[in-house]
Design a protein around this ligand. Structure first.
Ligand code: UDP
Ligand code: MG
Length: 314
């Protein structure tokens, strides 16, 4: 790395109440590092006053770039837009709601400055969040780590630093439904994990409801793990082996004249219910894949940029 420069990427979706303070604290911390920097805000179709506030920051603040998407596309397409715009040799990704503290940026940078060959610094956090949010993220992480067999530390945050090389690698992934959290845990490169503190979010608690988070979990599983079909196949095989084994024993005992057959209807009904259950499950998984393949085949743009304001690193 030559002389390092920093790009901070912040996806923004309805964060009007935290943006001014976020920008102020970011500017203070970043100018304190003595490195050239830029802050890239991606307005992901906010419906509150975020766009207006960002417009003001782009014209008054130094090194502030605002990329406005044409509508709400979601956090990960917004991150893609931010990574495409970032020019720094080190990229920092953080949420806009001040759950991540700008003051922790030097903590993320320190390992990279110490070892210039280091490519990724992940962060984990102590969790002061509400029980509902914690439950849904915990389910997400638990299910994902288990099923995808990817080792992901508990409480892994979006807050992280990575090199331009890693950014380029991430941008090479053509899939429309890229989820950068799990993707970054799978692409390799040298990494370390540091612990940071987490504050309560400023503004609304989260823009994810259980449905949005579950659909994120499903995309992650489809794209970054082969566990879903494996699970269904295992379940199907187990049921077939168990039920045919049971039938063989029952019918065998009957044929040898040792026993009468058990009540037939009950037996048949339960077996056929189990079998159709497995079939429906498999068809369900196929449908999920077919839908995702359909989306990928369409190859639609991930997002549209409606406007770009401000100026960042050269
Ligand atoms: N976000 C986004 N588009 C969306 C939803 C969220 O750009 O459709 C951004 C949001 O502005 C924030 C980050 O993604 O900077 C994480 O969102 P949030 O804080 O609501 O999620 P959580 O804290 O529950 O992970
Ligand atoms: Mg948040």
């Amino acid at each position: 790395m030559g002389s390092p420069s920093i790009s901070v990427i912040v996806p923004v979706y309805n964060n009007e109440s935290s943006l001014p303070e976020l920008h102020r604290r970011l500017t203070a911390v970043l100018s304190g590092t003595g490195m050239p920097y830029e802050v890239v805000f991606v307005d992901d179709g906010s419906r509150d006053r975020s766009g207006e506030i960002l417009g003001g920051l782009a014209t008054t603040g130094p090194s502030t770039v605002v990329v406005s998407l044409s509508r709400n596309f979601g956090q990960h397409p917004a991150i893609h837009a931010g990574m495409s715009a970032a020019r720094g040799s080190v990229i920092i990704l953080m949420d806009a709601d001040l759950e991540d503290s700008p003051e922790d940026i030097p903590v993320l940078l320190a390992p990279m400055i110490e070892d210039p060959a280091l490519e990724i610094v992940f962060s984990t956090f102590d969790d002061p969040e509400g029980p509902r949010k914690r439950l849904s993220s915990a389910i997400f992480h638990r299910v994902f780590s288990r099923l995808s067999r990817t080792r992901i530390p508990r409480n892994l945050g979006t807050f992280r630093a990575f090199s331009a090389k890693v950014r380029d690698a991430l941008l090479e992934y053509p899939e429309r439904s890229a989820v950068y959290g799990p993707l970054m845990s799978q692409i390799g490169f040298s990494s370390v994990t540091v612990e940071v503190s987490r504050s309560a979010p400023v503004g609304r608690a989260t823009s994810y409801n259980l449905r949005k988070r579950l659909s994120l979990a499903v995309s992650s599983l489809i794209y970054y793990g082969s566990a879903l079909p494996t699970l269904v196949l295992t379940a199907g095989t187990t049921l077939v082996v168990l039920s045919s084994g049971y039938l063989a024993v029952v019918v065998g005992a009957y044929a040898l004249g040792q026993r009468a057959l058990p009540a037939g209807t009950v037996l048949l009904l339960s077996v056929s219910l189990l079998t159709s259950g497995v079939l429906m499950l498999s068809v369900g998984v196929l449908t999920i894949y077919a839908y995702q393949i359909f989306k990928e085949v369409l190859g639609r743009p991930r997002y549209h940029v409606a406007a770009r304001r401000g100026s960042g690193l050269p």
